[in-house]
Ligand binder design. Structure first.
Ligand code: NAP
Length: 329
């Protein structure tokens, strides 16, 4: 059984279909999926904002057990894998009972970590880590702004930016979300419903009167212009998502007055080889084991047509905090 769509559209185009167990390629493992989860990118693919081949099996991120090892053998940076071992992966087509993944793209999930948390160790934590380590490498003492600070990626960005020594301000849409962002460690949280000029003034004053060193913005269109007002000279705007729509085209001259850098990262190019995936996966597991990052779960959804569609409705609704999980088996 897997969830897929044959044409782009709203959540209603997702259907559950009976399918044979997939056959792994020589360098892939076959996984029995236990847990997966919704990511905002599901919407971009399903709606057609990001082009995918049709029909498309939905989802990315798996916690599951290895059913079949790769036939090609070879060393893996995270060590040898075993049948029956529980692993996590950022692999796609995860809304399925069985899925395949390149062997180098799966990481052992230690028994000390709850299986559900393994889903958040995949896209959410690896995204937050690559943003903080490479998109704008956060320095101790930096002032940074995290948009949608109570979202799936947002809550992890807040915790890790704090763990790496930054001062963190978050923006969120509701007082309940503000409370969650504060509990995650944000030093200041502002409501995005407040007048923009007020928020800009508060952020700039809080950040030493100069503005923040970096903005991590997954909202996109709606916050784009404000990002330019809250940063200090020589800052970096990390625009990493389109929750409100993609940012508009702009002239490089827009960067000149404050000599800014803008970067538009995506997780997968950062981890597209065994060594980088292993390095980030190891760090993610260590941070979870050290208690530096904890994962909030919005809700657990059943693996049914209705359950899958509801994840897509809910993650787009601005009503969720933390991770939306799907229990497959
Ligand atoms: N570049 C990458 O590799 C990468 C990887 C993972 C995720 N992302 C991006 O990171 C962002 C967060 O992803 P996520 O899966 O963790 O989702 P999420 O943050 O749990 O949900 C999106 C949040 O965006 C905010 N938002 C603001 N305007 C919105 C609008 N018009 N419609 C819907 N939401 C709006 C909402 O928070 P408030 O209500 O508090 O505003 C909402 O909760 C997304 O843009 C996603 O595409 C990028």
């Amino acid at each position: 059984m897997h969830a897929c769509f044959e044409k782009t559209g709203g959540p209603e185009v997702s259907v559950l279909a009976e399918v044979p167990v997939p056959t792994p390629k020589a360098d892939e493992v076959l996984l029995k999926v236990e847990w997966t989860g919704a990511n905002f990118i599901d919407n971009y693919r399903r709606s057609g904002l990001y082009t995918v081949p049709l029909p498309y099996v939905q989802g990315q991120d798996i916690v599951g057990t290895i059913v079949q090892l790769p036939s090609s053998g070879g060393d893996l940076p995270l060590g040898p894998l075993k049948v029956g071992q529980r692993v996590f992966t950022t692999a796609g087509h995860s809304f399925a009972e069985y899925a395949v993944a390149p062997a180098w793209q799966v990481a052992p999930l230690p028994d000390s970590i709850d299986a559900k948390d393994g889903v958040s160790l995949a896209t959410v934590t690896l995204t937050a880590l690559t943003l903080l380590r490479e998109a704008y490498p956060v320095q101790k003492g930096d002032y940074v702004l995290v948009r949608a600070a109570a979202g799936g990626v947002g809550l992890v960005l807040v915790q890790l930016a704090k763990a790496f020594g930054a001062h963190v301000v978050g923006t969120v849409s509701t007082p309940e979300k503000a409370q969650q962002a504060r509990e995650a460690g944000a030093d200041l949280v502002l409501l995005s419903s407040a007048p923009s000029e007020e928020n800009v003034k508060q952020i700039v004053e809080w950040a030493g009167g100069k503005g923040v060193h970096a903005v991590y913005d997954g909202i996109g269109k709606d916050t784009w212009e404000e990002d330019f007002l809250v940063v200090r000279p020589k800052a970096t705007i990390v625009t990493y998502g389109n929750a409100s729509g993609p940012v508009p085209p702009f002239s490089p001259l827009k960067l000149t007055p404050k000599v800014l850098k803008v970067t538009r990262p995506s997780l997968f190019p950062f981890i597209d080889n065994p060594e980088d995936f292993a390095r980030y996966a190891r760090e993610a597991v260590q941070l979870a084991q050290d208690g530096k990052v904890k994962f909030a779960v919005h809700k657990v959804y059943p693996f049914s047509e209705e359950g899958v569609r509801q994840t897509q409705v809910d993650i787009s609704s601005r009503g969720t905090t933390g991770k939306l999980l799907i229990q497959v088996s």
